[in-house]
Design a protein around this ligand. Sequence first.
Ligand code: ADP
Ligand code: K
Length: 448
Amino acid sequence: MPMFQPEIETLPRPKLQALQSERLREQVAYVYERVPFYRRALDERGLKPSDIKGIEDIHKLPFTKKKDLRDTYPFGMFAVPREQIARIHASSGTTGKPTVVGYTKGDLDIFAEVVARSLAAAGGRPGMMLHNAYGYGLFTGGLGLHGGAERLGMTVVPVSGGMTERQIMLIQDFKPEMIACTPSYAQTLAEEFKKRGVSPEEISLKYAVLGAEPWTEAIRKSVDEGLGVQSTNIYGLSEIIGPGVSNEDVSEREGLSYIWEDHFYPEVVDPETGEPLPEGQIGVLVLTTLTKKAMPILRYWTGDLTYITREPGPSGRTHARMAQIRGRTDDMLIVRGVNVYPTQIEAVLQEIPEVVPHYQIVLTREGTLDEVELRLEVAEAFLRSVGHQALSQEVVAADPRLSQLCEKVARKIKDNVGISLRVTLLNPGAAPRSEGGKLKRVADLRKL
Ligand code: ADP
Ligand code: K
């Protein structure tokens, strides 16, 4: 696919590495001088900026964790006077204070640049129309995609999340070629089109750029088929810049997203020890901003689990690629001592045609034992094929084909993920749906 910045995207690795080394040296000297948090952190380790000679020294630097940003709330990590901050964003922070991030005008330029690269990789072209259903506001998704699409020269429709009825109407009337939203919201839109009898071929969309929450090939398939699109993954986080840290190329679509390495340096480390892991091994993604000025971050512990490869991809880009996020360390469920990520369960569902990837995981505690219930929707076609209009407890109890399906799902999950759970079948449409934002698929009632 045509690249937005072919020269930098295909920069030979030795040159890319030299650029990263130079930028890291500058970034470390910059934060040492301007951010008390980093001066202290380096001093504590007996490190001077001059000890960082190149990118190979990055592991000497301390990690930055979410807690550090909370402790310096709201503006303590800023490296420029407040007057030079052009924009502020914040991450949702479901509990307590949000995490605040700031951008200079130059940072916003970089943000637009990396999102433009991402959109081009996803199939976007100048002149194409983007239906941007990411939320606008403090969340980085909406404005982030917006700036990048403008930079690429697309026509942006800033719809934001929610009001699904209206979104459907606008897509039908404006005929955009591309949509940006969360994967769960893309599923919602696909279903709404289906309800209205609009076939995927009749939907103008050709490309979907999906991110902000973990998703799997099962969801990719349901979105691709439901909207008649080729969807790619966009990854990012506000602490680093927002969406556009990495993106898959639409001609590859093997779950590997290019990390724009001239701006963000990736490492993967052991979740327990923080030691760097060899390429290809899954661990915590750690990112360092190489060019950000308002809020530069050294070795940010994203909590996201993935692996990276520096093997050049088929597109000709030289930048490292990261695998789809397996989950966040803080999303990890510990069920009777077994570590489980919701995406592991979701990946199993892909193999079972009788069900669709709409589900909810409910955890409860009976006495001292954790109980897991997987509430899972059956596929409409399957329901019809076994001669039922709708499910009810009686129907499930009376029809062995349904209880066998429950057993089959439970067994596959036991074999692949290692936990026993109870499967409850839901009617098509009965599991929670995204109304525009990130969807919470896990209800952990154990702490209540
Ligand atoms: P908030 O904290 O409000 O959710 P952020 O955008 O900063 O806002 O959230 C970033 C997090 O969202 C990432 O650390 C990651 O866990 C998740 N995320 C973002 N994009 C993806 C993606 N493509 N795949 C999986 N997870 C993602
Ligand atoms: K389509």
